[in-house]
Design a protein around this ligand. Structure first.
Ligand code: 5GP
Length: 179
C-alpha cells in the first residue's frame, strides 16, 4: 500500500483520485438537477475545500456564482472547539440560494457556526455540500444535503486537506497510520 510522509507522520492511501472524482461528479449532477433555474451562490470554505470546489465547479453546468470564505477552527489532529469569525464574505446573499462547500464535516461545529452566520444574511435557502463526512464524530444536528463520501473517524490528508499546513497537494486522500 502506498504511504506518504507529511511532516512527522505517515499516511497510507485511503481514497484514490478516480473514486473521489466519481463521487464529486455524482454530487454535481444532483446539484445541476436540484438547482436548475435557481442561480445559486456557492460559498467555498477555505483552505481545505479549494481542490474540491474546483473539481465540483468543473461539473456544475448551471448559471451560478462562487465565492470563498475563511473560517479556521482546527489545528493539528484534533478539533480545538474554538470557533473564529467568517472572513471574506463579499457577495450579497439576500434572497439567493446558497450552497456551502466544505472539505469535511467532523464534529459539525464549524458548519453549525457557518450556518448561523449565513442565516443572518437572509438568503433564500442554504444547503450544505461536503466532500467528506465522519458520521461517528457528529455532535450537532445538521441537514447535509450533499455528501460525496462518508468516512470513519480517522484523521486524513490530501486533496486540499492538511496536516499542520502540509499535505494539501496530493490527488488522492490518505489516512493517518497509527503508531
Ligand atoms: P468540525 O468543526 O466539523 O469538527 O471540523 C471541521 C474542520 O476540521 C474541517 O473543515 C477541517 O478543516 C478540519 N478537519 C476535520 N477532520 C479532519 C481530518 O480528518 N483531516 C483534516 N486535515 N482536517 C480535518
Amino acid at each position: 500500500m502506498q504511504t506518504i510522509k507529511v511532516k512527522d507522520k505517515s499516511f497510507s492511501l485511503f481514497i484514490p483520485e478516480e473514486k473521489i472524482l466519481a463521487a464529486v461528479k455524482r454530487i454535481a449532477e444532483q446539484i445541476n438537477k436540484d438547482y436548475e433555474g435557481k442561480e445559486p451562490v456557492f460559498l467555498a470554505v477555505l483552505n481545505g475545500s479549494f481542490i474540491f470546489a474546483s473539481d465540483l465547479m468543473k461539473e456544475v453546468n448551471i448559471p451560478c456564482e462562487i465565492s470563498f470564505v475563511k473560517l479556521a477552527s482546527y489545528q493539528g489532529v484534533s478539533t480545538t472547539g474554538q470557533i473564529r469569525e467568517v472572513i471574506g464574505l463579499n457577495v450579497d446573499l439576500t434572497g439567493r440560494p446558497v450552497i456551502i462547500v466544505e472539505d469535511i464535516v467532523d464534529t459539525g461545529l464549524t458548519m453549525a457556526h457557518m450556518l448561523e452566520v449565513m442565516e443572518k444574511q437572509n438568503p433564500a435557502s442554504i444547503d450544505i455540500c461536503t466532500l467528506l463526512l465522519k458520521p461517528g464524530k457528529l455532535q450537532v444536528n445538521l441537514d447535509i444535503k450533499y455528501c460525496c463520501m462518508e468516512i470513519p473517524n480517522d484523521f486524513i490528508v490530501g486533496y486540499g486537506l492538511d496536516y499542520d499546513g502540509y499535505g494539501r497537494n496530493t490527488r488522492d486522500i490518505y489516512t493517518l497510520v497509527k503508531s
